[in-house]
Design a protein around this ligand. Structure first.
Ligand code: AVJ
Ligand code: FE
Length: 437
């Protein structure tokens, strides 16, 4: 088991670095150091930050080695500098940043081979190595967002996602009521906020079988949804009004047709694809317009993990096996969500599809600790974000690798954010005589 985790760690680190190389290798040095949006860091900041986190956790803390470049720690401390200010920092130049990250990696691979994988929470099950692979992949998704915000011709290309399975499905299914196990104490690389496993009561509810599509969202727009305050949380309506928002980010209307810009290409909005680049406020307003609501985080996780036959919570909607390309649209293999209903093999026992991959799904829940939460290994990963400011997103997008995506994985962001790969599905309460479990 531990040797298997050692090779999984090597694999995960190598996969992440290959992705980082693509995202930072397909544009020139000028574009690597440019600020493509005040919402994002220059790509070269992410690159050296990835190396610096790896140096701090794997080289210094796990490996006990002396610091390689302690003088740059503060430049790459995400809490010390807001993203908008990062272009004016004394950043490593692209070649230097690449050299630094690969120098750290070379030393880390020696440490991985020499570290016993038991003896402390950081090294048990190669946790710190898995954490750093997830960290790099999370920044790879962040860099993909920067690519999406970047103006100019396409720098990235990818094949189209599969369409098989897309089409007619029941609109919603009933998820029976009853307790289920939320979170995990068993998943070796689960992050602190996913722990520990605990029982959660979830009354019966109905959940959409697929994420809300662009076509459905267009009906909300055509019905004047953006102009009707009664569908909106007050701060959401204010954001829309102040910024003149009348469609998802990256959409524009031209001679009566809705177009969107996607990684440097402008194309008609695809009606059968899950809607992308909507804020929590937009998702919440759509749901209210539709006579529905966003699912809670617990409802989402129960739908994704609860096996009605065994009563057990599983790692993924389809079971405990790791995702394959037949299960879910993950890992930047495709640069868009698959049409609604795709990935039939990735469906849940109740027939709910695309819970994993495609689009991050907004939930109605604030980001908070589970009962028994303990910050690990640093408060700044999760704990400092707990409270009522951040909303939870679940399920992962086409932009995130499977190492950072599972049935228990929790993402969070501010409810105004829409540059992320965010979509949603809707829910409604079950009637008093439905789905007593
Ligand atoms: C979990 C995606 C919200 O990107 O801010 C990266 C992940 N934490 N570096 C983020 C993270 C530290 C985090 N999210
Ligand atoms: Fe980071």
């Amino acid at each position: 088991m531990t040797e298997d985790l050692r090779s999984r760690a090597l694999d995960a680190l190598t996969t992440a670095r290959a992705r980082t190389a693509i995202l930072t290798g397909c544009v020139d040095d000028h574009e690597l150091t440019a600020q493509h949006s005040p919402l994002m860091s220059p790509l070269v900041w992410d690159l050296a930050h990835i190396g610096n986190q790896e140096e701090q956790w794997l080289l210094r803390t796990v490996g006990g080695r002396t610091a390689l470049r302690p003088e740059i720690d503060s430049v790459y401390d995400a809490f010390a500098h807001p993203r908008a200010d990062r272009p004016s920092l004394p950043l490593l130049a692209p070649a230097e940043a690449r050299g630094y990250a690969s120098d750290v990696r070379g030393r880390v691979l020696d440490i991985l081979n020499a570290t016993p994988l038991e003896g402390g929470p950081l090294t048990d099950s190669a946790f710190a190595f898995g954490m750093i692979a997830q960290h790099e992949q999370q920044h790879d998704e962040t860099m993909l967002i920067t690519h999406q915000l970047r103006k100019g011709p396409a720098a990235l290309t990818a094949p189209e996602p599969p369409r098989a399975g897309a089409g007619e499905l029941p609109a919603e299914v009933l998820v029976p009521g009853g307790p289920f196990t939320m979170g995990t104490s068993a998943e070796p690389w689960a992050l602190d906020n996913e722990r520990p496993a605990h029982q959660r009561a979830v009354p019966a509810f109905h959940l959409d079988t697929v994420p809300v599509t662009c076509g459905a969202y267009l009906s909300f727009m055509a019905d004047g949804g953006y102009r009707e305050p009664r569908w909106w949380a007050a701060e959401g309506f204010e954001q829309v009004r102040r910024n003149g928002i009348d469609a998802p980010l990256f959409w524009r209307r031209e001679s009566g047709q809705w177009l969107r810009r996607r990684f440097g290409v402008t194309e008609p909005v695809p009606l059968d694809e899950p809607v992308l680049h909507v804020s929590w406020y937009e998702a919440d307003a759509y749901a209210r317009w539709a006579g529905r609501r966003l699912p809670t985080e617990a409802e989402w996780e129960k739908a994704a993990r609860h096996d009605p036959v065994s009563g057990r919570s599983r790692r993924f909607p389809w079971g405990d096996e790791d995702p394959t390309p037949a299960h879910a649209n993950l890992g930047q293999r495709h640069l868009r969500p698959a049409p609604a209903g795709a990935y039939p093999q990735g469906g849940s026992p109740l027939g709910i599809r695309q819970l994993i991959g495609d689009v991050w799904e907004w939930t109605s829940s604030d980001f908070g600790p589970y009962p028994g939460f303990a910050a690990f290994p640093y408060r700044e990963y999760s704990e400092v974000f707990f409270g009522s400011s951040y909303k939870v997103l679940r399920g992962g997008s086409f932009g995130v690798d499977q190492v950072a995506c599972r049935g228990t994985f929790r993402n969070w962001d501010l409810p105004v954010r829409r540059q992320i790969f965010s979509g949603f599905r809707t829910a409604r309460d079950a009637g008093p005589d439905e789905g007593i479990g």
